[in-house]
Design a protein. Structure first.
Length: 298
């Protein structure tokens, strides 16, 4: 088991110590890049089509043309996963605008770079899911000032880093960010759900948040379970009064929140709706893995 990195400049996976990218790459200099993070199940990337579709939308949002089609990207991911020889992998696909001079003008860089990082998949322990997270609502958002469309998953993540830094300073494990108007938007690297009066609620995309792939899947699974799903404007006090709160992301899946702003959420443990959804999500991942073609299983 190990880490391998695919570079478009080499066309093959290499060990991390041999992975080189120019200091003049705009992804490094300016965060001028887009990316996707996913996990494998049965050796194949979970919901690859949805992730690549969002990658293309993000790229289009910053005027970045991706010269590789989905078949090439999929083959590069599979090749790198096999080279890493992991049972299951964490996969990050990054496309930068490429190398250019020290100036902002994007027209001076016309050769995008592709980087695919594959590492052994590490998910929280079952005990960690049962304990849940301590989360802090912070007054920060990745889109402060409205300069970046929140639907774009770009390499510029300083807003989330500052939010997480504040949450940790206040004794939390993770952060939930608000909009400029004070509404709940999203977690530092996740989407937010909560349960109140038997209904599952999540902030509407119009609040200014990333349309998470796992968020979308959880909404679908909840509907299959007959659980009403509501999207609406959500305010911090609503979240603080919730019966259950959880975060969703591609690697952690459904992560319960046990404490919010220093106070217990519900009983202070994983709630029944969260537990039911987690069981359904785990079954979805297991079934997804069983669908993996033999030649891509790692």
């Amino acid at each position: 088991m190990g880490t391998k990195i695919y570079l478009s400049s080499t066309g093959a996976p290499v060990d991390p110590e041999h992975a080189r990218i120019s200091v003049f790459d705009r992804g490094f200099l300016y965060g001028d890049s887009v990316y996707e993070t996913m996990r494998t199940a049965g050796g194949q990337p979970v919901e690859l089509d949805r992730h690549l579709a969002r990658l293309h939308r993000s790229a289009a949002g910053i005027g970045l043309g991706i010269p590789w089609d989905d078949a090439v990207l999929g083959d590069a991911i599979s090749m790198t996963h096999r080279a890493a020889d992991n049972d299951e992998s964490y996969v990050r696909v990054i496309v930068t605008r490429g190398v250019g001079p020290l100036m902002l003008d994007p027209r001076r860089s016309e050769d995008p770079s592709l980087v695919i990082i594959v590492q052994p998949l590490v998910v929280p322990t079952e005990d960690a899911y049962r304990r849940g997270l301590a989360v802090v609502i912070v007054g920060l958002t990745k889109t402060h000032g409205g300069l970046m469309d929140p639907a774009i998953k770009s390499g510029n993540y300083l807003g989330s880093i500052l939010a997480l830094r504040q949450a940790i300073a206040e004794g939390g494990d993770d952060a939930i960010m608000c909009t400029a108007a004070g509404e709940i938007a999203e977690g530092a690297t996740s989407n937010v759900f909560f349960v109140r009066d038997g209904a599952l609620r999540t902030p509407d995309l119009q609040a200014g948040l990333l349309a998470g792939i796992t968020r979308e899947i959880v909404c679908e699974l909840a509907t299959e379970l007959g659980l009403p799903v509501q999207t609406a404007r959500v305010w911090p006090d609503e979240l603080r009064c919730a019966d259950e709160v959880f975060l969703t992301s591609s690697v952690r899946g459904i992560m319960p929140v046990a404490r919010l702003d220093g106070r217990a959420v519900g009983t202070g443990q994983q709630g029944p709706v969260t537990a039911s959804l987690r069981a359904r999500y785990d079954a979805y991942i297991a079934a997804y893995g069983r669908l993996a073609p033999p030649e891509t299983a790692g």
